[in-house]
Design a protein around this ligand. Structure first.
Ligand code: EPZ
Length: 433
């Protein structure tokens, strides 16, 4: 297996370039299925979830051309197949966007159930409620989610989401873009990637209004045409580097960010005693290494609340704050699987259901730990950077699902982090090559 070996206790100094947003990219790539012609997508993050989705589109028959490291041309014009092959789709949560996109385009979709990080039960009933409101029948057949538009093409419908769901909001937008008539989503999610997907679709000719508010209206059009679109910067990647500086100390400039998207994270870091300076498209984050962080309480909520995808990373920083902090997970049932691992470094955290109580300690001490999901993995890396001594982070494939070049980016700001491949994997790589 591949591990990251981190010699921690060193403050971080320098610049980091933030990549395109994972959770926007994983919806925008399937959205290319709706487009007649070539979509040029820029600022695509180089992460394994993106690679997997591009491979799935290719298997369906899309013509995909890499223009440069972060730009890809996708042409789905000649796809005639609404059935996604099993296997790859199961490895990724965002494969559920293929349901909305294929259903919108062909009036039918056959997609294996989605996979992804284990964060408790992850139902898709709200997605299905939306498709049904647009005249689809949805059932599970032979291990596939089978959705069909009763009249061959979806009809605009009205859906009130019982829960504010990012995935359901985007999936219903995808399905509705080519539907006949107007679809209205009430109690919609408002995350920056929702607005980004709407902007992508609108730039290709869709008519989506209100993205970023809790009522989104989609007037279906007959056709989307090709065009060029650049994905927004990744709010959570940027927040993760901010949490790293909070925990390890130092001063780091984050380039290619939208400071407004960072407000929900910056506000908490400021409460914790971290300094934040905002520019037009950059943020400088600093904490003097000798100054201890201040405790705070955090509750994760849908945007513009504090993001659940930053909960493990900020919790690690709070492990080193002076005093007792209370973290409440308001989105997922189970997002504290990392706590046992962080305790190995000397953190004092007690979890009761959705609440974690953190008693700040003076120092963490390096230890071997495992990444149990994407953000938990990022939290382990942050803990390793802040801890004295050596931390080995195992199961890093979870981290690489969502963080482009994390080792290079951290090395660039002075972290002592190395990738170590165990002999077994070297052998496997040699034979694969
Ligand atoms: C997206 O997941 C993100 N994933 C998650 O990012 C993120 O944690 C989450 O949104 C919340 O921001 C992708 O974009 C691929 P939801 P999603 O639907 O869409 C419940 C990361 O680390 N719910 O907003 O699956 C659900 O159980 C990840 O990058 C239903 O009950 O999340 C949860 O409690 C992991 N029924 C809540 O809603 C449904 O039909 C919010 O889930 C859908 C959701």
């Amino acid at each position: 297996m591949t591990k990251y070996v981190i010699r921690g206790g060193k403050p971080l100094y320098g610049d980091v370039e933030i990549s395109g947003a994972k959770n926007a990219a994983v919806a925008i790539i399937p959205a290319a299925l709706l487009v007649d012609g070539v979509c040029r997508i820029e600022n695509v993050p180089q992460i394994s979830d993106v690679t997997l989705l591009l491979k799935i589109l290719q298997e369906l028959g899309a013509d995909i051309r890499t223009v440069d490291r972060t730009t890809v041309d996708i042409d789905c014009t000649h796809i005639r197949n609404a059935k996604v092959p099993d296997g790859m789709a199961r490895q990724i949560r965002a494969s559920y966007y293929l349901i909305g996109a294929l259903l919108g385009r062909f009036g039918e979709s056959l997609v294996p159930p989605p996979g992804g990080c284990h964060l408790g039960t992850r139902p898709i009933d709200q997605h299905i409620k939306g498709f049904v409101a647009m005249g689809a029948d949805v059932d599970v057949r032979g291990g596939y989610i089978h959705a069909t538009a009763r009249n061959g093409r979806l009809q605009g419908g009205q859906v009130y989401l019982d829960i504010v769901s990012v995935g359901a909001t985007m999936n219903i937008m995808l399905a509705a873009a080519l539907a006949q008539g107007m679809t209205i989503i009430e109690n919609a999610a408002k995350e920056p990637h929702i607005v980004d997907l709407a902007n992508f679709l609108n730039s290709m000719g869709a008519q989506i209004m209100g993205a970023g508010t809790d009522v989104i209206k989609i007037r279906g059009v007959d056709r989307l045409r090709g065009g060029t679109y650049s994905i927004i910067p990744d709010q959570i990647e940027a927040g993760t580097y901010m949490a790293a500086v909070a925990a390890a100390g130092g001063r780091v400039r984050l380039k290619n960010v939208i400071p407004k998207h960072m407000d929900c994270i910056s506000a908490k870091l400021v409460e914790m005693g971290v300094e934040i300076e905002e520019g037009d498209d950059e943020i400088v984050v600093s904490r003097a290494p000798e100054k201890r962080l201040t405790r705070t309480n955090i509750k994760t909520l849908p945007y513009p609340g504090f993001p659940t995808d930053m909960q493990p990373q900020i919790a690690v920083a709070l492990c080193l704050a002076e005093g007792t902090s209370v973290v409440t997970e308001g989105v997922w049932d189970s997002r504290y699987r990392y706590v046992d691992e962080i305790r190995r470094l000397g953190a004092e955290i007690q979890v009761d259901g959705k609440i974690a109580v953190i008693e700040g300690v003076d120092r963490l001490t390096g230890a071997p730990v495992q990444a149990c999901d994407l953000r938990a993995g990022a939290a382990m890396v942050i803990a390793g950077l802040a801890a004295q001594g050596v931390t080995e982070v195992d199961q890093v494939q979870y981290i690489e699902r969502g963080y482009e070049d994390i080792v290079r980016k951290l090395s660039g700001i002075g972290a002592d982090i190395r990738v170590v491949v165990t002999p077994d994997e070297e052998k496997a790589q040699a034979s694969a090559g």
